[in-house]
Write a protein that binds this ligand. Structure first.
Ligand code: 13P
Length: 254
């Protein structure tokens, strides 16, 4: 059975006190939930990872992830953070390839392939994001764009590497816009991705990889999206910044 996952990407929001409060609120709010089958992940900004870990690190239901990392082991990369540094504070999961990184910070498929390699060499788990822009969908290119993104960054992996990969399909036109893909659009893309994985890596890998949907997931629409057979959870932006909403999303996946 595939792991269900609700992951909160806090992006560049919240100072240290607000991050600690949100993490603590989530820890408290999920106390009475039956969350055994769900991985709950939160991704604060770099400066808030350590304080949040110190606060809720003992809560085994909550995993902490970084939002990015550099591919090099160390060196002259001013402003960047290496895998070893993230791991030295106890973080073993990283979000890579978010569309905001691709768009505003020019992250290329090649750089992302290197980042994925570094993460896997360090035995980290990767939440790998990808998705088409509006124009691609309007021109009916969304399947080929997603296929290219996955092939360029992930198709060099070995079947056993996929144990450490979580996919997050995030159509760019649905991120922060209030416009979600319909549950049918999400299901259609997730099934397409699983077929691609099956053809390249075998049916076992395809059936085991969790594929999350991201893009304006809210308590009001989550249940329907999460009910689709190939949607294994969500990567959440705005709604992850409110403990009650985030908790409602965890409930919606049960
Ligand atoms: P929103 O949920 O705010 O649309 O953001 C989605 C996202 O980008 C998560 O990584």
């Amino acid at each position: 059975m595939r792991t269900k996952i609700v992951a909160g990407n806090w992006k560049m929001n919240l100072d240290v006190e607000a991050s600690k409060k949100l993490a603590m609120d989530i820890s408290t709010d999920i106390q009475n939930l039956e969350t055994n089958n769900t991985r709950i992940i939160i991704a604060p900004t770099f400066t808030n990872l350590y304080p949040v870990i110190n606060l809720v690190g003992m809560d085994t239901r909550i995993e902490i992830a970084a939002q990015n990392m550099h591919q090099a082991k160390s060196g002259a990369y001013t402003g960047e953070i290496a895998a070893d540094m993230i791991q030295s504070i106890g973080v073993n999961t990283v979000i890579l390839g978010h569309s905001e990184r691709r768009t505003y910070f020019n992250e290329t498929d090649k750089a992302l392939a290197e980042k994925v390699n570094t993460a896997l060499q360090n035995r980290m788990d990767v939440i790998f994001c990808f998705g088409e822009v509006l124009e691609d969908r309007q021109q009916n290119n969304h399947f080929s764009i997603v296929e290219i993104q996955l092939k360029k960054a992930l198709f060099h992996l070995k079947p056993q590497d996929w144990k450490h990969i979580i996919l997050a399909y995030e159509p760019v036109w649905a991120i922060g816009t209030g416009e979600t893909a319909t549950p049918e659009q999400a299901q259609e893309m997730h099934a397409f991705i699983r077929n691609l994985l099956s053809a390249k890596f075998g049916e076992n890998v395809a059936q085991e990889v969790s594929i999350l949907y991201g893009g304006s997931v809210k308590p009001a629409n989550a249940k329907e999206i999460f009910s689709k057979p190939d949607v294994d959870g969500g990567l959440i932006g705005g709604a992850a910044l409110h403990s009650q909403d985030f908790t409602a999303l965890i409930q919606a996946i049960q």
